[in-house]
Design a protein around this ligand. Sequence first.
Ligand code: FUB
Length: 333
Amino acid sequence: MKKSTLSTFPALASLSLGMTCLMLFSCSPKTSETSGNPLWEGWYADPEGVVFGDECWIYPTYSHPYKEQLFMDAFSSSDLVHWTKHERVLSIDNISWLHMALWAPSVVEKDGTYYFYFGANDVHEGEIGGIGVATADNPAGPFKDAIGGPLIGHIINGAQPIDQFVFIDDDGERYMYYGGWGHCNMVRLGEDMVSLIPFEDGEMYKEITPEHYVEGPFMLKRDGTYYFMWSEGGWGDGSYCVAYAMADSPFGPFNRIGKILQSDPEVGTGAGHHSVVKAAGKDEYYIVYHRHPLGATDGNDRVVCIDRLEFNADGTIAPVRITFEGVPATKLR
Ligand code: FUB
């Protein structure tokens, strides 16, 4: 796997980034003080931000036609401003049943192993595909298929098996929320992280779909409250956005409170499919998401951005202000 430092891009790359900015009228060059948005050059979407050690890692979908989505790159940073690209951390080379549409990673570390969950093949019932899992001994991979086929390969409760998010609760319980086509299920992962085990009531799949849910679930726990978030609208246009619910349990009920992330006609459109990272020891959160630059013409013209996620005094989430500046240099550990 190759590695390149984006902050030392050669002149040609800067020129091409400048041209792209000029054409799309909607990105701001990185300064040493702020990250700028988008965070780096290229079409990427569905970013999963996660903190490993003292670095923030972002694993996005390669946002190109389905047939070209056969690998994933990752990006790491120790200050949210300077990013290093890690090429092809997961690819068709190590997943025999992948043939297109590699989507929306979720990556967690447990006992020194990194587990990379992904959606593959835009699967329909009767086809091979769905949610898979690959492992590596470091966050840059290369990640290799852990079970030789999908972990979830069927349509259960109407949910396409894509867009998984893995959440480890404070008591060590491991849950996966997933689902496209307007339905969201949760499952329980075994201690091995590569198998499903029943819930205490014997169920394997629980449907927890909130009102207006489309895809892209994400869970954040803060001060004992479970903040469940998801994407609504259509990912290819400006209707895409993120809404949330608050609950006392990882099982919900998840009653929709309202939108927190959406288009800003002055900045970008279709902001959605996000994740959240937290600064250690501080009540400080950052939302990582994709949006279409102003002037974008194709649904896959999606770029990865970061902005602050803030809470109101009553614990609800304040609407996110999407920016060209991004966030200031920050140590997450
Ligand atoms: O990038 C592919 C798909 O687009 C994701 O799985 C959806 O959530 C949407 O963002």
